[in-house]
Design a protein around this ligand. Structure first.
Ligand SMILES: [Zn+2]
Length: 89
């Protein structure tokens, strides 16, 4: 949205995932951290389907990276927090 200025790349408050550990690059929590989750909801509030697609691709990548983690736990972590809209279908 706003171009912010400065070099592109990771910003200190971007809360981007750090792979292959999938921790947050800004606060060190498991990604998506609470800050990132609320940002994603705001960013995708009119297009929840795209959010699901995006998180699904993150989950797929994380499943490759975090092979020791149970898939169900990863699903909860990446997708389970998204509020479901009952009117979506
Ligand atoms: Zn964070």
């Amino acid at each position: 949205m706003t171009g912010g200025g400065g070099p592109s790349g990771s910003r200190p408050d971007e809360h981007a995932p750090v792979t292959p550990d999938w921790t947050c690059g800004s606060c060190g929590e498991e990604w998506p951290c609470a800050t990132k989750r609320s940002r994603l909801l705001r960013e995708f509030q009119v297009d929840r389907a795209s959010l699901s697609v995006y998180l699904g691709s993150c989950l797929a990548a994380a499943t490759q990276d975090l092979r020791s983690a149970p898939v169900s736990a990863l699903q909860d972590r990446f997708i389970g927090w998204v509020p479901r809209s009952r009117r979506a279908y």
